[in-house]
Design a protein around this ligand. Structure first.
Ligand code: ATP
Ligand code: MG
Length: 423
């Protein structure tokens, strides 16, 4: 064992007994996104390091200490994507998708951050990202919230998550607020931790996002950004909350919500839960109009969110909402040379005639008894049995493997197909 190579810490395999659970959630995500007319975009996992530095911000947790950055063989600095927003926007700008167009996009896949692994926090994790371009909102902000609300309902976890909302205003508004905030923290220097002292110089708003419980009281008493918003930002926010009120979607206004990334403006939101300990944010996002120009585009509008799928699944598990899915409906038992040959052929006929049926054929031989054991183990509902006797008569036997249904029936192949079509 000592020589076996193991997976990288914080990067997990999803074993076959778990994949049906993932697939169920993934299908629900796709169904909901398609109900709102969103299109999938597929993006590279590796991008130039510069892209993330320029977009996420030099003084963020991600860029300062979480990125997997390496030099490739040409000496270029590349990074495994820590999030998808930057790459998505890079692709849209590169391919001219933002000229007088509106887009509603989603992507799904692994992200990489060198964090301390713990429950709900991994070094490779899966995100669903949703990004929309070209809409000034707040109607599209509300649509995104509706979409997420629908997804929680579909997955049976609506009562486990709460929506928190804030507005970060414009860059100009934040600059004014920043001065007030810096004075406040300067008056409490002795209460700041090391990270926050550093951030006081570089990015004081980020102090509000601290995960250090010792600083929560200090942050709770800090001046609120909401009081520094101008008329347009306030109207955006008030229209959004009025729309949510209209639609019966409840929310909490959290004036400390600043998000861990630099590129947001106006609307920001998080869906949080109390069920997953300190990794309580399942989904987070907001408006990031300014990022488009920052990456070289013309002024435009953008709003989106990212959802952590491991946390989503953990929440479904807490709710006891794990779908029961069967990998195999019918297991084919073949004993004898003729039965082995005929079985493979007949299995193909069944697959042609009974679409959707999950049929697994026993491979590797074995007695009737050992093959029945395998059928049981895999959880099949029925066994189709072919021995050389059956084959010589052109028949098969079908046996239910569910408790209490013991009888076995012998049918012609045509009758067997008719039977399987009714399952
Ligand atoms: P956190 O505050 O938990 O570190 P974040 O602000 O860094 O989260 P985002 O960059 O907004 O997170 O990512 C969106 C979502 O992706 C999070 O709400 C979470 O569900 C998920 N996520 C982020 N980092 C991780 C991780 N290391 N492992 C698992 N899921 C993650
Ligand atoms: Mg983080």
């Amino acid at each position: 064992m000592a020589n076996n190579i193991q997976a990288i810490r914080g990067m997990h395999d999803v074993l076959p007994d778990q994949t049906p659970f993932w697939q169920y959630a993934e299908q629900a995500l796709r169904d909901v996104l398609s109900a709102y007319g969103y299109s999938e975009i597929r993006l590279p996992i590796v991008e130039k390091t510069e892209l993330f530095k320029r977009s996420i911000g030099e003084v963020t947790d991600i860029v300062e200490k979480e990125m997997y950055t390496f030099e490739d063989r040409n000496g270029d600095s590349l990074t495994l994507r820590p999030e998808g927003t930057a790459g998505c926007l890079r692709a849209c700008l590169e391919h001219g998708l933002l000229h007088n167009q509106v887009h509603r996009l989603w992507y799904y896949g692994p992200m990489y951050r060198h964090e301390r692994p713990q429950k709900g926090r991994y070094r490779q994790f899966i995100q669903l990202g949703v990004e929309t371009y070209g809409m000034s909102g707040p109607d599209i902000d509300a649509e995104l919230i509706l979409l997420m609300d629908r997804l929680w309902k579909k997955l049976g976890i609506r009562d486990k998550v709460r929506l928190q909302l804030n507005s970060l205003g414009t860059i100009a508004e934040r600059l004014v607020y920043r001065e007030t905030l810096v004075s406040y923290f300067q008056a409490h220097l002795e209460e700041l931790d090391e990270d926050s002292l550093r951030r006081l110089e570089t990015n004081p708003l980020r102090i509000l996002d601290t995960k250090n419980p010792a600083m929560h009281q200090l942050v709770a008493n800090a001046p609120e950004l909401m009081a520094y918003l101008g008329a347009e930002s306030l109207q955006h926010f008030n229209t959004l909350t009025a729309t949510l009120n209209d639609l019966g979607i409840s929310y909490e206004i959290n004036t400390r919500l600043v998000r861990g990334l630099d590129y947001y403006s106006k609307t920001v939101f998080e869906w949080v839960t109390d069920e997953l300990g300190s990794q309580g944010t399942v989904c987070a996002g907001g408006r990031y109009d300014g990022l488009i120009e920052q990456l070289g585009g013309k002024p435009n509008f953008a709003v989106g969110f990212a959802m952590g799928i491991e946390r989503l699944l953990a929440l479904m598990e807490v709710s006891g909402n794990i779908p029961q899915t069967r990998t195999v409906d019918v297991y084919m038992i073949r004993v004898g040379d003729a039965a082995e040959r005929e079985g493979l052929r007949f299995a193909e006929t069944i697959r042609n005639e009974v679409p959707g049926l999950k049929l697994q054929v026993n491979c590797g031989g074995g007695s009737f008894k050992s093959q029945f054991k395998k059928a049981d183990k895999i959880g099949a509902g029925y066994a189709i049995i072919l021995g050389d006797d059956e084959v010589s008569r052109g028949e098969v036997s079908i046996k239910s493997l569910r408790n209490g249904e013991e009888q076995q029936q012998t049918l012609s192949q045509v009758e067997a197909i008719t039977f399987l079509q009714t399952l």
